[in-house]
Ligand binder design. Structure first.
Ligand code: AHM
Ligand code: MG
Length: 356
């Protein structure tokens, strides 16, 4: 009798064939309906990412990809054509999918109900379709950020009150970084994993599993042009960074890119409150909370201020803004030490740096 066939897949082939869809099922250790739904949702987000990525790579060549639409969003910010395009992509990939009932986006004033799916799905997708959109016109990196929540209580309640709950309620979160390659990073609460889009296959292929933020990194990422608008502890922190060896300032103007650097290499990203925007610029539900979820899963931290975890914060409306300090535990703690002791003259010096 002939031996049964034993595949001799090499390690490389095994890794090359690990797509996002398979990975989600493996993470959930199930082929049941809930796992299939979550896998399908991630697959649809990945499809949205491919559409956005395709348009970004051709933005200088096609009509209506660069520049502003002429309208302002609910936060009073000028909307770019790519913001609108990417927002519509997310709507379109979830329409008639039966997968997601509600969408909450930076670009939509109110919750968008995909009513045809609400009888079969209790999921809500919250997203920033193009994060860092000021980078679009100059061909620099941008991103998309998302969080997934399951509707609590009565699903005929259209008020969205159940969304005004802390970030611990997120089932999953992630982002897509549109850079030299397109990278998809996600967590279902079981570690943080990254995938790279292989354009020849049109698939996101596993790149890194169980990513851990280094405990300390040299990068600090903040818009120092706002220095004059910060409260004293943040000014003191920046003065400290300027006077100590071992730190590099890195700020791209797109949170996803800056966070990705910190996730991979360590350091801290800050967007404190300013005189003009006392709660800072970043939105809790679809920017800060999803990244805080990823940071926690990767062994890092995200706080709003002294000992206030982002994930504990209760939103009071869907577009609420919040200050953000996120990254490596030691580097977040260093910022926090300035917040704790406003007049501290000698903050703790990490072992890796020396005074100059
Ligand atoms: P956006 O989503 O409207 O683009 O705004 C969020 C972006 C972040 O990506 C980035 O960190 C920040 O705004 C940059 O703001 P600033 O130009 O004030 O530094
Ligand atoms: Mg944004």
């Amino acid at each position: 009798m002939a031996d049964s066939y034993q595949p001799e897949a090499s390690e490389t082939l095994g890794r090359d064939s690990m797509t996002l869809t398979q990975h989600v099922l493996r993470q959930l250790d199930s082929f049941g309906p809930d796992a299939q739904d979550l896998s399908a949702i991630m697959n649809r987000i990945a499809f949205a990412a491919k559409l956005v990525s395709r348009r970004l790579t051709r933005a200088g060549l096609v009509e209506d990809a660069l520049g502003f639409t002429g309208r302002k969003n609910v936060q009073g910010e000028s909307v770019k054509k790519m913001d609108m395009y990417a927002n519509d992509v997310f709507i379109s990939v979830f329409q008639q999918s039966g997968l997601v009932c509600r969408l909450v986006s930076e670009e939509m004033d109110d919750i968008f109900h995909l009513t045809e799916s609400c009888s079969t799905s209790r999921y809500t997708l919250l997203y920033d379709p193009i994060d860092g959109s000021s980078n679009v016109d100059i061909n620099l990196n941008v991103g998309s950020i998302f969080a997934l929540r399951c509707q609590q209580g009565d699903n005929t309640d259209q008020s969205g009150a159940d969304l005004l709950t802390p970030g611990h309620q997120q089932l999953a979160a992630g982002y897509i970084l549109y850079g030299p390659s397109t990278v998809f990073v996600y967590s279902l609460g079981k570690g943080v994993h990254s995938f790279t889009l292989d354009p020849s296959l049109g698939e996101f292929i596993l790149a890194s599993e169980n990513i851990q933020i280094p405990q300390h990194g040299s990068n600090y990422s903040v818009n120092e042009g706002n220095f004059w608008q910060w409260e004293d502890p943040f000014r003191d922190y920046i003065r400290y960074m300027h006077r100590h060896e071992g730190y590099s300032s890195r700020y791209s103007g797109a949170l996803v890119g800056d966070f990705h650097r910190i996730l991979m290499q360590g350091g801290v990203f800050l967007y404190p409150g300013t005189i003009k925007q006392p709660q800072g610029k970043l939105r809790l539900l679809y920017e800060s909370a999803p990244l805080a979820f990823l940071a926690a899963q990767a062994g890092g931290r995200a706080i709003v201020g002294d000992r206030q975890p982002v994930l504990d914060l209760q939103p009071d409306h869907i577009h609420m803004r919040t200050p953000l300090i996120i990254g490596s535990t030691e580097d977040v703690a260093l910022v926090e030490s300035f917040l704790q002791e406003r007049s501290l003259e000698q903050p703790p010096i990490p072992a890796s740096s020396s005074s100059v």
